[in-house]
Design a protein. Structure first.
Length: 357
């Protein structure tokens, strides 16, 4: 290896180390703030990264209960050397909150696509303005679960975030092993059609939403969030995944996937690859991949961490701006509940950015 190659390699390693340190420092500041900052003290943390000559910054919302990171495009920085050049902590008096919590509504309707009754919860902000309408975040459950899972495990946490950010959170039924897909093999597993053609219209007819939507999910739901978003450009403002199964082709005989997509092989390869997040990203256009993306996974996740890292590397290779976050934990509800503030604040930021000025 020539001297200039060694220098270049060292520079690349240095950039990677700096980037890792930046994310670590940001995470540490968030945790520190969470434990030692009074509830009414807004905190701001800025980091930046480089993607094809453009930077993006992450900051912390002025959140009374749980400061969390959000992603926004920025042209202020041009390379990783300028990352973390500024972080500040600001204190101010908070006004009394205008909201009075959130209400949980359970709704159901008969789905022609799935041939059965489909149910969902809508967690809606309460306030003095009864005519107010809100953006909506669809929060998808994982395998073995149903529409009640998020409410059963994290209703209080979701309600606090709904009240704080003034958004609606909908937790829809997706089937225990529905994979948020239309199956050629299971007549009643037409979850994609149900979601787009029946669920969204029902929500927007019966829940006070303003037509802006984002989507997130855990495990199978992380897969579903990205697949629905990438297969239907323009429907969702932003997308995120917690511990997502982001490449189903790595799980050829697991979690009843062959029942939905058929046995893995030449005859069914198109179905598998058209529902693999990694494959969709590899084939995605610039416009398709311009949607704001957040991916988080725990370092102890033996089911999905490798494919999450592959997706992250592919997005980097394609110079697609996104936020990727690893932190300690497992593939369990303790981790997913801990990730809620990060994901809800991320979507709230982008939904607000897409809304009326």
């Amino acid at each position: 290896m020539q001297k200039k190659d060694v220098v270049k390699t060292n520079q690349q390693i240095g950039v990677h180390v700096k980037r890792t340190l930046i994310l670590f420092v940001c995470s540490f500041l968030i945790v520190l703030t969470r434990h030692f900052t009074a509830p009414c003290q807004p905190v701001e943390v800025r980091i930046s990264d480089s993607r094809a000559g453009e930077g993006y910054s992450a900051g912390v919302f002025e959140d009374r209960s749980a400061p969390t990171v959000f992603l926004s495009s920025s042209s202020e920085t041009s390379n990783a050397e300028s990352a973390a050049r500024r972080h500040t902590a600001k204190r101010s008096e908070c006004p009394e909150p205008a909201d009075t919590g959130c209400g949980t509504e359970r709704r159901e309707f008969f789905s022609d696509a799935c041939g059965t009754l489909m149910k969902y919860y809508a967690l809606v902000p309460r306030g003095s303005d009864t005519n107010e309408r809100y953006p909506v975040l669809y929060l998808l459950h994982g395998a073995y679960d149903g529409y009640t899972a998020w409410k059963d495990h994290a209703e209080k946490e979701i309600c606090d975030l709904v009240s704080e950010y003034r958004i609606v959170v909908v937790t829809p039924e997706g089937g225990s092993f529905g994979w948020y897909a239309d199956s050629r093999f299971l007549k009643k597993n037409q979850v994609e059609a149900y979601f787009l053609k029946e669920l969204i219209p029902d929500v927007e007819k019966n829940v006070p939403t303003n037509g802006l939507r984002s989507i997130a999910g855990l495990s199978m739901g992380g897969h579903g969030a990205f697949v629905l978003c990438l297969r239907h450009p323009g429907v969702f403002t932003s997308v995120s995944s917690m511990s997502g199964i982001l490449d189903i082709t790595r799980h050829k005989k697991q979690w009843r996937l062959p029942e939905v997509f058929g046995p893995y092989g030449d005859d069914n390869m198109a179905d598998w690859e058209q529902h693999s997040v990694l494959k969709l990203i590899e084939r995605g256009s610039d416009k398709l991949l311009s949607v704001p993306m957040l991916i988080s996974v725990s370092t102890g996740d033996r089911y999905s961490i490798e494919e999450n890292r592959l997706v992250h590397k592919q997005l980097e290779k394609m110079n697609v701006r996104h936020l990727y976050y690893e932190s300690p934990g497992a593939h369990d509800w303790a981790y997913w509940t801990s990730q809620l503030p990060l994901h809800v604040s991320f979507h709230a930021f982008w939904l607000k950015s897409a809304g009326p000025k």
